[in-house]
Design a protein around this ligand. Structure first.
Ligand code: SF4
Ligand code: SF4
Length: 390
């Protein structure tokens, strides 16, 4: 794209965002006594921190830096989008990772600020009153609310393995009902996106991902847990655009899941040089060598962990010395092999069922991916022969 066309495109996008924010401003403010500025200030963040966050979020969504003030404006109206968050069969790890941080980041404070109309972990209502709140929220915000679902959903003969509340509704029933009038639907975490650990063979509860119980489009934000950046980024993307983001073949937003862990990894130079950790605790481990031979599944996994990191952006698994286990891929419990062993050449066809992982997200087909998988194994073997001390 030449610069002039790019400018025209960005100009019209800027205007679209301005109009969208102006429309949202007209909706009733749900938190009369609060603002994002006072929320972050209470937790010791300055305006400068907030603008730095807005700049980073703008870059993460692949927008030019000139959009930063708009991003900051968009957060201010985030409370206009009511959110209903349902818990299905899961460990609540996604909620915990987002909301229960001892030192909340600006991302988690945005979740404090938005209008979470229903969220079982943090709401005070229980039993009948909780159910009533859910029904009320679905009715009051019909067609306007964002539905976020955490957890796998048992279906078939085992549907009632997940039965919630005084009315004894199954999780499937509640998820279907809530999906009907949602403006947008996000499956938060690998369980909700693909079934997760509940769906691991032999899947005794018959758990499936949310997209299998609704015919509406579900945006999958997988990870075990997904980073707070990917959750908040998906929300901010919807807030600004008012439409669904570009998705890969597994309905993951391309802005977050377009590249492989391996492509963004700080140890990639070690991989290319054939420098591998052979055993945890060896000299290579101390020197930050590549973790492929001790099981890293980064070459087969699409996510942005190496770039966005966890815990307020401080670290991520590979940085700490443990390989990626492939948690944002469908059925990773069954298809990613033993945690501390490399996959070598035995995996691709089964992992991706011939679909390809929409690698990078469109450039590499399954054939090349398979070749890459074999190539990785061969590379590791050749490197070991050439460099026997590693
Ligand atoms: S195999 Fe893992 S540790 Fe090695 S470069 Fe790739 S992602 Fe990084
Ligand atoms: S590094 Fe791999 S296993 Fe760890 S969170 Fe990211 S995608 Fe999941």
């Amino acid at each position: 794209m030449n610069d002039r066309i790019k400018d025209i495109t960005y100009d019209s996008l800027y205007k679209t965002f301005e109009e969208r924010i102006a429309q949202l401003k007209k909706l009733p403010k749900m938190r009369e006594d609060d603002s994002i500025e006072s929320t972050i200030e209470k937790h010791g963040f300055s305006r400068r921190d907030f603008m730095t966050w807005a700049g980073a979020m703008t870059a993460m969504l692949s927008l030019p830096a000139t959009f930063t003030p708009l991003m900051a404006e968009a957060v201010k109206v985030a409370d206009r989008l009511p959110i209903i968050w349902l818990h299905m069969a899961e460990c609540t790890g996604c909620t915990e990772s987002l909301l229960r941080s001892a030192n909340p980041s600006i991302d988690s404070l945005i979740f404090d600020y938005i209008s979470l109309e229903y969220q079982e972990t943090i709401m005070t209502a229980v039993g009948w009153q909780a159910e009533q709140n859910l029904e009320h929220a679905m009715e009051k915000y019909k067609g306007r609310y964002i539905l976020m679902v955490e957890g796998g959903i048992p279906v078939g003969d085992t549907e009632n393995f997940l039965t919630i509340g005084g009315h004894g509704h199954s999780g499937k029933h509640t998820a279907e009902l809530a999906s009907e009038n949602a403006a947008a639907i996000f499956a938060i975490g690998t369980c909700s996106a693909f079934g997760g650990v509940q769906a691991a063979a032999p899947n005794p509860s018959g758990a499936v991902g949310l997209s299998e119980v609704t015919d509406k489009t579900v945006i999958n934000v997988p990870g075990c847990p997904p980073s707070e950046k990917n959750i908040v980024g998906t929300l901010m993307h919807y807030l600004l655009y008012g439409t669904l983001p570009a998705l890969d073949v597994f309905n993951r937003p391309k802005w977050a899941y377009r590249l492989r862990i391996h492509d963004l990894c700080e140890r990639r130079g070690r991989f290319d040089a054939g420098e591998f950790v052979e055993h945890f605790g060896d000299e290579g481990a101390k020197d930050g060598y590549c973790l492929y031979k001790v099981g890293c599944k980064g070459p087969y996994t699409f996510n942005n962990c190496g770039k966005q990191k966890f815990n307020q952006g401080t670290s991520w698994p590979v940085q700490t010395g443990f390989g990626c286990i492939g948690c944002s891929e469908p059925n990773f419990w069954d298809t990613m092999g033993t945690v501390n062993e490399p996959l070598r050449d035995r995996l691709y066809a089964t992992t991706f069922s011939g679909l390809g992982a929409d690698a990078t997200a469109d450039r590499i087909g399954v054939g090349l991916l398979t070749a890459t998988a074999v190539g990785i194994a061969a590379h590791a073997a050749i490197a070991a022969v050439k460099n026997p001390k590693k």
